[in-house]
Write a new protein. Structure first.
Length: 274
């Protein structure tokens, strides 16, 4: 079969049906008759039009989009219409965050409060470091543990500050209370007393983080919930477990020579509270 030059090309379509395209030819010479070629493939309603020239003869291709009564299905996204919503307006005032979206004042305040909690914990751990680093105490393992713990809590505060800025909030640093500077205890000794204090501090921090997570839930802030869960909650329960074990070990060794051995263990193997 030979295909001849065609003078028309038609496209007809119906939504949910098949598109049938056909070439209908007109005789180019007296030696052959007209022929046609059809192809069937799935399609929806469409329109097509363009001119075509061949051997000095004009050919036209056209198709029309016919209205159908079939209901439109699926989701139709019209970005240039939807961006006109008021909540998507870009602020003009220079003092207003451009990035802020669905971030309530309650969430912003709660983040600032948690920053203060982390800084207070860091301050307390730093005081414990200074105590055990004294020349007449000289428990270098405990000093190292509490110094690293202080740095860890400060990193948490900075991480919360970075998140506040990401969401378009404003960081407000509150006052930090002066911590204790003496940790000697007549019955428990300084090492056990300090470690129990650290355990209470980690549990308090965990309570504050859970409250922060609850604020995010109440304000339907899924992004803030995910951030707290990913960066803090799992790490916090691991820290509580670790310090609980340290407290149990110090209770076993008492106030004597065993404290020195425990301190050496921290010096060479221990890590910071998270």
């Amino acid at each position: 079969m030979f295909l001849r030059s065609v003078s028309s090309f038609s496209v007809q379509a119906r939504q949910g049906d098949y598109l049938i395209s056909s070439f209908r030819g007109s005789p180019a010479s007296s030696s052959s008759s007209s022929s046609s070629l059809s192809y069937v493939f799935p399609s929806s309603s469409s329109a097509l039009s363009f001119p075509y020239m061949k051997h000095g003869k004009a050919f036209g291709v056209s198709a029309s989009l016919e209205a159908t009564n079939s209901p439109l299905t699926g989701v139709v996204f019209k970005p240039f219409e939807e961006v006109k919503k008021e909540e998507l307006d870009i602020p003009i005032a220079p003092q207003v965050s451009l990035a802020r979206q669905r971030y309530t004042d309650d969430c912003e305040s709660a983040i600032n409060e948690q920053i203060n909690v982390e800084y207070n914990a860091s301050y307390a751990y730093h005081s414990l470091f200074a105590y055990f680093d004294r020349d007449n105490i000289a428990l270098k393992g405990l000093a190292k543990f509490f110094k690293e713990s202080s740095e860890e809590e400060r990193e948490h505060a900075e991480k919360l500050m970075e998140y506040q800025n990401i969401r378009g909030g404003r960081v407000k640093l509150h006052s930090i209370l002066m911590p204790l500077s003496e940790f000697e205890h007549a019955e428990k000794g300084d090492a056990l007393y300090a470690m129990e204090l650290a355990l209470s501090l980690e549990k308090l921090t965990n309570e504050k983080l859970l409250s922060l997570h609850n604020v995010a839930q109440q304000n339907h802030d899924a992004q803030m919930e995910e951030f707290i869960e990913r960066e803090f909650l799992s790490e916090q329960v691991e820290a509580i477990k670790k310090i609980s074990e340290y407290v149990a070990q110090l209770r076993r060794v008492g106030k004597g020579h065993g404290v020195w051995h425990f301190d050496q263990m921290l010096l060479h193997e221990g890590g910071a509270a998270h």
